[in-house]
Design a binder for this molecule. Structure first.
Ligand code: ADP
Ligand code: ZN
Ligand code: ZN
Length: 731
């Protein structure tokens, strides 16, 4: 009889754990189990229960460490079902990934599986995807699979098992109507597509099996219409088909969801992201899992949605860094989307105006098929003219150089709008004493606390430390403290001073905090849309998704910070941001200019930008990376460690490196020296890093497979923690 269940749980244990499945007819039935769950129930009742605080589906249960003699109640345990299992003294929700006859664990030590949790049975395909991700990122299978489920579904169930889920199932579909719903609204047809859009759709639809595409086109070139067209054709083929559409940010989902609902009123459409209330999220997830939703719109976690009839995946803004997860397993949802398409033998469309160099290179090599949209759709006319302002020649006056000031004058005179983009919030990045050397260092990080005039605080943007601005210099008592450099608040102030008659707004994260902040921000955006703002000052927040019609001038203030950054991906990110900012100008077809203040006007990045040639820029970057042996020509894993002080953090990494000598095989990888991370001290922790590099990916993984178990065995003596990241974004 097959009565051993292999179960994965959210703990760093390499192998699934074995549990005995009791025959239902033996032993006392569910009663005892319910009692033990009552205990959990009292802890789970409030939002602040263990699940909410730790994120793990584990409940401490000291009074009843094991459920050895209780038989599981409820539906039978099968492959892919969720079950409660004891691990040490805790109870976890785990996923059954195998059912076999025999266990290597001694019979007497074998514990009994607990009750099956009401909820989904995960498919073999889903298990395969999570297992792949675990192997690729070198985490345990359970550490990937459990967090990939909505929190509500992986809770250790309360007394009345399944109660939460019953509620979940009663929630109506979120979209305008599920398939087969009685009222079928009429679909709002999309625009008549251009030949290049239709051709792209044909190619996507005509593909067979796994087919990765890179859809390359500027903002407004009609990429979204291509996604929708392809999805439409796939749904026409089969009513049951499902499409997964991944987007970088939660706040982009409502807009797109509205567009989807208008376009596909007959289909179930759900959004999946962390901004949803736990119930909504679980309900949406279940709709996708049961095939009741055909179109699933989500942020990076949605790449793990359970989709029984997935036929196409789209990743919009595929270059966006938010597809990379931080904290937990550092996976790339973009990369996993491609892998998932491969596992399911379906097309995947990566779309961007500024693709990641990795994807661009794949297209160059012919592994991804490049689909290019060359024109702006609709009314939008000519591209903006992009110019640099040489700060050596035109020194900035309160942050703004003369040519930019002149351009703003003209814009206001014409009654048009201007944007000023500066990627730094606060008044000034640092406060300085005019009498001594004192600077507003963050006491917890290797960085400065920014001076926020609004609220009169010093704030560290890295660790969140803050305090009131001192009345006098803490070192010498001098009362003349001055902000050095520019932030959004200072630019706003300067603009108000220079153009007192203009209507001015500022949008940044400080401004957007909290409920009042959110409504203030959306009111500010509305005002810009309505034409009630002449000059908008803002951070990256203003660059995404907004279709301001009357903007004809964009000023960019601190591009140089990125230009000289040490990270080899910084130029790529800067280019993407500048393209995005430039895309805010001239939306209604009016002539428009983008003026970038810089000390490096000769930098080739600006030349490529001025020619609107991402291809040119990408080619240069790729050649640079080839020469410098950077990704995508080599593959990286980054081992990081954190300790109270730097020496033990580095010492740990050195000991890790030394373990290499004990491996049986020589691996074709390079281990670099252990060094402090670029921001070495963060939130009172010192952080070191060790880069592992291989020319071939398989070599990297073979090495990590052999090396990491030894690191784990060594434990984390002398340090707070360590972590490994495959394909790190920043090194
Ligand atoms: P992207 O996703 O590349 O930014 P969208 O697909 O959102 O571009 O298109 C931008 C705007 O142009 C949308 O309002 C869209 O409806 C419209 N549009 C797209 N393609 C066409 C077309 N062929 N004719 C007219 N309007 C179009
Ligand atoms: Zn001083
Ligand atoms: Zn700090």
């Amino acid at each position: 009889m097959k009565n051993i269940a292999q179960v994965i749980v959210d703990v760093p244990i390499a192998q699934p754990l074995d549990y005995r499945i009791l025959d239902k007819r033996q032993g006392p039935a569910g009663a005892a189990l319910l009692t033990s769950s009552e205990n959990a129930a009292s802890q789970m009742g409030t939002r602040a229960g263990p699940d909410a605080t730790t994120g793990a589906g584990a409940v401490e249960n000291p009074t009843e460490p094991d459920e050895a003699n209780t038989a599981p109640a409820g539906p039978p345990i099968e492959l892919g079902s969720l079950c409660v299992v004891p691990v040490g003294k805790r109870r976890h929700v785990g996923i059954v990934v195998g059912i076999t006859r025999q266990s290597l664990v001694e019979d007497s030590r074998l514990r009994t599986i607990g009750a099956r949790v009401c909820g989904p049975t995960l498919s073999g395909g889903w298990l395969e995807l999570s297992r792949f991700a675990a192997e690729y990122y070198h985490f345990s299978w359970g550490e990937v699979a459990l967090p990939a489920l909505p929190p509500l579904l992986r809770r250790v169930p309360a007394a009345r098992r399944g109660r939460a889920l019953d509620a979940v199932e009663k929630i109506a579909p979120e979209g305008s109507g599920a398939a087969g719903s009685a009222w079928a609204a009429t679909a709002a047809p999309g625009p008549a597509l251009r030949a290049e859009q239709l051709a792209a759709i044909d190619v996507i639809i005509g593909s067979n099996g796994f087919a990765p595409f890179l859809l390359f086109g500027i903002t407004g070139s009609g990429k979204t219409e291509v996604y929708l067209g392809a999805i439409e054709r796939i749904l026409l083929r089969s009513d049951q088909a499902q499409a997964l559409l991944l987007v970088p940010e939660i706040n982009l989902t409502p807009q797109l969801q509205a567009r989807l609902c208008a376009r596909f009123p007959r289909y179930g459409i759900v959004s999946l992201h962390s901004g949803l209330a736990p119930r909504e999220r679980a309900a949406a997830w279940m709709q996708a899992h049961e095939g009741r939703a055909q179109i699933i719109l989500g942020t990076r976690t949605a790449v793990f949605a359970s989709l029984p009839r997935l036929r196409i995946i789209v990743v919009d803004e595929e270059h966006d860094s938010s597809f990379k997860s931080h904290g937990g397993v550092p996976y790339s949802a973009r990369d996993l989307a491609v892998k998932r398409a491969q596992l399911e033998a379906i097309p995947v469309v990566l779309g961007s105006a500024t693709p990641s160099l990795e994807s661009w290179y794949q297209a160059q090599c012919g592994r991804y098929r490049l689909l290019a949209l060359s024109q702006r759709a609709g009314a939008s006319g000519a591209d903006p003219v992009i110019e640099t302002i040489d700060l050596h020649r035109y020194p900035a006056d309160q942050g703004l150089a003369a040519p930019l000031r002149a351009a703003l004058d003209d814009t206001l005179a014409r009654g048009e709008q201007a944007l000023i983009f500066i990627n730094r919030r606060g008044f000034a990045p640092v406060l300085r004493c005019s009498a001594c050397e004192w600077l507003s260092k963050c006491p917890r990080c290797d960085t400065y606390a920014a001076y926020h005039k609004v609220g009169a605080t010093l704030r560290c943007h890295h660790c969140g430390w803050s305090r009131r601005v001192p009345a006098a210099c803490p070192d010498c008592g001098n009362q003349d403290l001055q902000g050095v450099g520019q932030g959004t608040q200072r630019v706003e102030e300067a603009v108000r001073r220079s153009w007192p008659q203009a209507r001015i707004a500022r949008i940044d994260r400080d401004n957007a905090q909290g409920v009042r902040g959110a409504s203030r921000t959306s009111a500010a955006f509305d005002a810009v849309h309505a034409g009630d703002v002449d000059i908008l000052v803002g951070t990256q927040m203003i660059t995404k998704g907004h279709d301001f019609q009357r903007v004809s001038t964009v000023g960019v203030l601190n591009a140089d910070a990125q230009l000289v950054a040490a990270d080899f991906r910084a130029p790529e990110r800067l280019f993407a941001v500048l393209v995005q900012v430039a895309g805010r100008a001239g939306r209604a077809g009016q002539a428009s200019r983008v003026l970038i203040q810089t000390r490096y006007p000769q930098h080739p990045l600006f030349a490529a930008l001025a020619r609107h040639s991402f291809g040119e820029f990408a080619q240069e970057q790729i050649e640079e990376r080839r020469a410098a042996r950077m990704p995508p020509f080599v593959h990286h894993a980054l081992l990081t460690s954190a300790a109270r002080t730097m020496e033990p953090a580095l010492d740990f990494l050195r000991r890790c490196a030394a373990l290499r000598e004990h491996l049986d095989e020589a691996h074709a990888v390079t281990l670099y020296d252990a060094v402090p991370m670029p921001l070495a001290r963060l939130a009172s922790e010192s952080r070191g890093q060790l880069l592992v590099e291989a020319v071939r990916r398989t070599d990297l993984h073979a090495f990590l497979d052999a090396w990491l178990p030894r690191l784990r065995a060594m434990g984390n003596r002398g340090i707070l923690r360590w972590n490994v990241e495959v394909d790190p974004q920043a090194i």
